[in-house]
Design a protein around this ligand. Sequence first.
Ligand code: COA
Length: 259
Amino acid sequence: MKNLLLKTEGNITTLTINRPDKLNALDLETIKELDEAIASIEENDDTRCVIATGAGDKAFIAGADIEFMKNLNSIEAYEFSRKGHKILQAISDSKKVYIAAVNGYALGGGFEMALACDFIYASKNAKFGFPEVTLGIMPGFGGTQTLARITGKNIARQLIFTGSMIDADYAKSVGVVVDVKENKGELMELAQKTASKIANNGPIGIAMAKKAINNGFNLTPDEAYKYEGTLFGVLFATKDAKEGLSAFIEKRKPEFKNK
Ligand code: COA
């Protein structure tokens, strides 16, 4: 792959957007590679947790590639937007846990990619924002939807309408970021540590919990509880549930097999 690096160690895959000279901006080639990479990660039973990050010291992803977008007509722009949605939906629908490790700029499509992940860790120099309106356009990879669901509509409107950037501490204060670290080294260390913890837990239990959180969010409480109950019930047909429950009683470490 030209613009992505994929590295799998144990049960953790690190997915690095690698166009540092363009601040990892998402051009068509990178989007295509992301689509393929996410599909291949999904098929890989060894991977339980993915750390998404950007190459270099300046950016996670500085947005969709403006050079590429400049010449799009309406139909092409619609298709580009839908390609972005497909990728970000593949992350939120994935059985794997995606952690965004944001070092530097996460703008436009980069902020949207981070928001599609299960949660975001950031380094102190992270900057988040939707500069699209400063370019005469608007967020098109889901940002009008995902940000508002996390911060509420007021903060989403303020950020999207002004096009201004927020720093890591403010992003943490409004729930966008879960934790902030001093520099990229500490950020990646935290992401690895969390990923290892997640990778040691029952993968099917995690996949079902992710479904319950993401798909249950827009249901009524009654529907959502029934949905949760169904997924909870399904887990009891798995070997991993028997293993985890038995291991506790037998005072030993469980060995989850993803079965
Ligand atoms: N699309 C295409 N190229 C981009 C880009 C993007 N979204 N963001 C940065 N780049 C390119 C720059 O054009 C520059 O390329 P060049 O060296 O060939 O001229 C290179 O990345 C470095 O960026 P530069 O602007 O020189 O870095 P900076 O530190 O001065 O500024 C930003 C950093 C993020 C403030 C600035 O690059 C920026 O505003 N980028 C656009 C952000 C944006 O609007 N994203 C949403 C798009 S919908």
